[in-house]
Design a protein around this ligand. Structure first.
Ligand code: NAD
Length: 248
C-alpha cells in the first residue's frame, strides 16, 4: 500500500483531525513564502519589515516594504491545496484549520472553521479608536500617497489586522490551543515549523502528517512526511479517501 493511501487511512481513523498551514500552501497561488530560495528572505528581512517596531516608529519604511507583502495578497485565488482542505472539512474528516497565513485563501476556498493565528488582510483597525474597516480603505489611502494612512474619525494611524513580529498573539491562538487539546492527528501543510509559538503545536499531538517540500524539525516524529507539491499531495489524499469511503 502506498503512503498516500496509508495517510488517508490514518485520517479516516482519526477522531479529531486538525490542519495547520503555512506560507507553502499558497506558493501555488503565486504568493512567495518566506524561506524557500525564491521566498521573501531572498529580498528583505520580513521579521523586520513586518515588525511592530517598524510599523510604529518608521511607518514610511513599513508602507514601502512590509505593506507591499500584504497588498500583494489582495487579489490572489485559492489553489488545489486550499480546495482539497475545504473538501476534507466538508467530508467530515477534518474538524478545523489553524493557519499562519494572512492571505484569506482558506476563506475563499470555503473552509469554515479557520483559526487565523497571525491575523488576516480582509480588514484593518485604527490604532487610536480601534474602529475596524475594510482593507480597501487602507489600500486607497496608501495608493493616494497618504503615508501613514490616518483614521477618518480620530486621525490616529491605521494598521493592518495582521500579527506583526513583536505583537501579542490574538484570541484566535488561544482558541487554536483549545482545539489542539482535543486533536489526535495534526496535518501540517506548507510550513517550515520555525515560527514560534505555532512551531510548538505539533508537540502536543499523538499523530502527525507533514506535507512540506522542505525540511521541518518534526520530520522524524511524523507518521508520514510528503515532499513535493502540497496541492498535488492533498488532492491525492482526497481521492484516496473517496476510494476508501466507497470500499467501506
Ligand atoms: P516558511 O516560509 O517558513 O515555510 C514554508 C515552507 O513551505 C518551506 O519549508 C517550503 O519548502 C514549503 N513549500 C513551499 N512551497 C511549497 C509547495 N508548493 N508545496 C509544499 N511545500 C511548499 O513559512 P511558514 O512556516 O508559514 O512561516 C513563515 C511566516 O510567514 C508565517 O508567520 C506566515 O504568517 C508568514 N507568511 C504568510 C504568507 C501567506 O499568507 N501566504 C506568505 C509568506 C509568509
Amino acid at each position: 500500500m502506498d503512503n498516500l493511501k496509508k495517510a488517508a487511512e490514518l485520517i479516516m481513523n482519526s477522531k479529531y483531525a486538525l490542519v495547520l498551514t503555512g506560507a507553502g500552501i499558497s506558493t501555488e497561488s503565486g504568493i512567495p513564502d518566506f524561506r524557500s530560495s525564491t521566498g521573501y528572505y531572498s529580498k528583505m528581512d520580513p521579521m523586520e519589515a513586518l515588525s511592530r517596531d517598524v510599523l510604529n516608529n518608521h511607518p514610511e519604511r513599513f508602507y514601502k516594504e512590509g505593506y507591499v507583502i500584504l497588498k500583494d495578497l489582495y487579489d490572489k485565488e485559492p489553489n488545489a491545496g486550499h480546495i482539497a482542505l475545504s473538501e476534507l472539512e466538508s467530508m467530515g474528516y477534518v474538524k478545523g484549520l489553524i493557519t499562519q497565513n494572512i492571505d484569506n485563501l482558506h476563506h475563499k476556498a470555503g473552509s469554515k472553521k479557520v483559526y487565523e493565528v497571525h491575523g488576516e488582510t480582509r480588514s484593518i483597525r485604527c490604532n487610536g479608536c480601534g474602529k475596524n474597516s475594510d482593507f480597501s480603505v487602507m489600500k486607497e489611502k496608501v495608493e493616494k500617497g497618504e503615508i501613514p494612512p490616518k483614521c477618518d474619525s480620530c486621525n490616529a494611524t491605521l494598521r493592518p489586522n495582521v500579527v506583526m513580529f513583536g505583537d501579542m498573539m490574538p484570541p484566535a491562538f488561544e482558541k487554536a490551543m483549545n482545539e489542539i487539546d482535543k486533536c489526535d492527528l495534526l496535518i501540517v501543510v506548507g510550513s517550515s515549523l520555525t515560527v514560534a509559538p505555532v512551531s510548538y503545536l505539533p508537540r502536543y499531538v499523538e499523530n502527525l502528517i507533514i506535507i512540506n517540500d522542505g525540511p521541518t524539525p518534526y520530520d522524524r516524529d511524523a507518521d508520514f512526511k510528503f515532499s513535493g507539491s502540497a496541492g498535488e499531495t492533498l488532492a491525492g489524499i482526497v481521492e484516496e479517501l473517496k476510494i476508501l469511503k466507497e470500499e467501506r
